[in-house]
Design a protein around this ligand. Structure first.
Ligand SMILES: [Fe+2]
Ligand SMILES: [Fe+2]
Length: 187
């Protein structure tokens, strides 16, 4: 009996709280990715400057221009849901960016720098791919087909960037070999 009363009480407590729905989750995730994209706009020029390979620097600059367009797409998604375009600090991207900054510092002028930059950039792309995939699906579920289309366009760009980075990883490794580095071996 006492157990049942306790159960009822906790159910009541649950219902007294404002109900958070998928639309709230969508809005939260949108603020998160808005912060992420704006953070990347600040980070990519530093990575382009640090890159030793011209192709890698060009890839970072190309993605910087794409990222600026992605922020504009997000502005449109915020308009669709009638909310102000505002970011919310995302510790996940801050952590990924910190790792990238550490590589730039620790490997400056080193043969392995570009390989480290490619890896750092791919960690960013994979995070974005995960977020945009989720946001696109939620937009579909919420019946926001225009928003879903905009999010899909960005998702395509992130996936293409990831693919380009995978290809660059090979040429960057070749560049390191051309520098006449001795064959590396692990003891
Ligand atoms: Fe992006
Ligand atoms: Fe990206």
């Amino acid at each position: 009996m006492a157990k049942r009363a306790k159960k009822r009480k906790s159910a009541a407590r649950r219902t007294s709280r404002p109900q958070k729905r998928l639309s709230d989750l969508f809005h939260e995730a949108l603020k998160d990715i808005y912060f992420t994209e704006n953070k990347i706009i600040k980070t990519l020029p530093k990575m382009a400057k640090a890159a030793q390979s011209k192709e890698l620097a060009a890839a970072f600059n190309k993605h910087l221009r794409e990222t600026q367009g992605q922020v504009k797409r997000l502005d449109r998604v915020f308009r669709i849901i009638g909310q102000p375009a505002r970011g919310k600090t995302c510790e996940a991207i801050n952590g990924i960016a910190d790792e990238g900054a550490e590589i730039m510092k620790e490997f400056r002028g080193m043969p392995a720098l570009d390989a480290g930059l490619v890896a750092a950039a791919q960690a960013v792309e994979h995070y974005e791919i995960s977020r945009y995939g989720t946001l696109r699906t939620w937009a579909e579920q919420l019946g926001l087909s225009d928003a879903a289309e905009l999010l899909q366009e960005t998702l395509n760009e992130e996936e293409a960037t990831d693919q380009a980075l995978t290809e660059l990883a090979t040429s960057v490794a070749n560049l390191e070999a051309e520098k006449g580095e001795e064959e590396e071996e692990y003891a």
